[in-house]
Write a protein that binds this ligand. Structure first.
Ligand code: AMP
Ligand code: MG
Length: 358
């Protein structure tokens, strides 16, 4: 593909009232492309999204093609105003309303009953639709300027780590899409939480930026799709069955009863692999990064004491291992609580489920 990809460097806005004239011009140009059924990548508070008109099946087809995404993996629709829901879903249940009030705009995607005849391709033919309102002034201004629901999966090639900067987007999609709005690095760093609200209690289909604990606090109850963690049960969210987010080096997650044992195990594994002539990468928390053997490519991925900082860094770290050309990666593991559930889900996928338990 040999499209000229437009690149707009825009301000890192604080809110939508803060838009400078030059930024406004960029948003108008990007929105015009989207209205003409072209694809434009833009920042959200989670990761960069690859936007396209969700109502036009041929545009949505272009999203699948640009990413190389399996065609049975439905997309999330992004809206800027709650009123847009009326054109997309059959009903907004009391449970859905509760969660919308509490978490929108924000990193929570709701799976709701789809209105007949809309967004057939974006929903991959399912009778439900996944929808969210992002909490990012640029994303909201852009979507609002199009007047459309915007389908926007992460703006990476399928199988690559999700992009948290416009540079990551360009690495994967330059020449394949019409434009990229660069609004600086994204904040949260992992994708939204996907929650099925078609039943009586919320069911988490993909862990993400809003935690299970936060959802339970609002809804009084929360379930987690067993398919997320089990190899035996098929996940309800079609995308969860794919090995996403994978770096090129072979990755192993190292688990132990204590942090010290985990560090010692990684040191042993790293020395062994280095002795076999392999180039070794280690994904570590800042607190323990200095513990590992010299000669290894040790990358600090935020602080263990602040898991949000780990989420913020994780995809960039996975991409950096690719740039450094490591053959194997040994990764520390983190508690799967709060945003740690999303971090461990992504690391597990990056490792293709490969664990070393000592
Ligand atoms: P991405 O767009 O890459 O952030 O991935 C979107 C995630 O939402 C994937 O795991 C999809 O399978 C999931 N998803 C989208 N629509 C639905 C739906 N209607 N039902 C269940 N999961 C969905
Ligand atoms: Mg994705």
């Amino acid at each position: 593909m040999d499209k000229k990809t437009a690149y707009w460097n825009v301000d890192n806005l604080v809110d939508e009232s803060d838009i400078y004239p030059q930024t406004r011009k960029s948003i108008v140009e990007a929105a015009e492309l989207l209205r003409n059924n072209e694809l434009v990548a833009f920042p959200t508070e989670t990761v960069y999204g690859l936007g396209g008109n969700a109502l036009a099946d041929d545009t949505v087809e272009k999203i699948y093609a640009a990413k190389g995404r399996p065609s049975d993996n439905p997309l999330i629709l992004h809206i800027a105003d709650k009123e847009q829901l009326n054109d997309l879903v059959r009903e907004v249940s009391p449970l859905a309303s509760l969660l919308i009030e509490a978490f929108w705009p924000g990193p929570l995607t709701l799976v709701m009953p789809k209105k007949q005849g809309v967004a057939h391709r974006a929903s991959a033919g399912l009778d439900t639709l996944a929808i969210r309102m992002p909490d990012h002034p640029l994303a909201l201004a852009l979507i609002r300027a199009t007047g459309l629901p915007i389908a926007a999966p992460s703006a990476n090639l399928s199988g690559r780590p999700s992009p948290t900067t416009a540079r990551h987007v360009m690495e994967d999609l330059n020449g394949r899409i019409a434009g990229v709005l660069d609004g600086g690095p994204t904040g949260i760093g992992v994708e939204s939480t996907v929650v099925d609200v078609t039943g009586n209690i919320p069911v988490i289909l993909r862990p993400g930026g809003v935690t299970a604990e936060q959802i339970a606090e609002v809804a009084g109850n929360v379930a987690v799709d067993p398919g997320i963690t089990s190899d035996k049960v098929a996940p309800k969210s079609p995308g969860m069955k794919y090995r996403h987010y994978a770096p090129a080096g072979e990755m192993t997650l190292v688990e132990a009863d204590s942090q010290e044992q985990m560090i010692q195990a990684i040191i042993r594994l790293a020395e062994q692999a280095a002795a076999e002539g392999k180039k070794v990468g280690i994904l570590a928390a800042e607190e323990s990064a200095s513990r590992y053997p010299e000669g290894c490519t040790v990358i600090a991925c935020g602080q263990r004491a602040d898991l949000h900082s780990v989420a913020h860094r994780v995809y960039d770290v996975l991409r950096t291992f690719d740039e450094r050309g490591v053959d194997v990666i040994f990764s520390e593991t983190f508690p799967a609580k709060g945003v740690g559930a999303a971090i461990m889900n992504r690391l597990n996928k990056a490792a293709g489920g490969k664990r070393y338990i000592c």
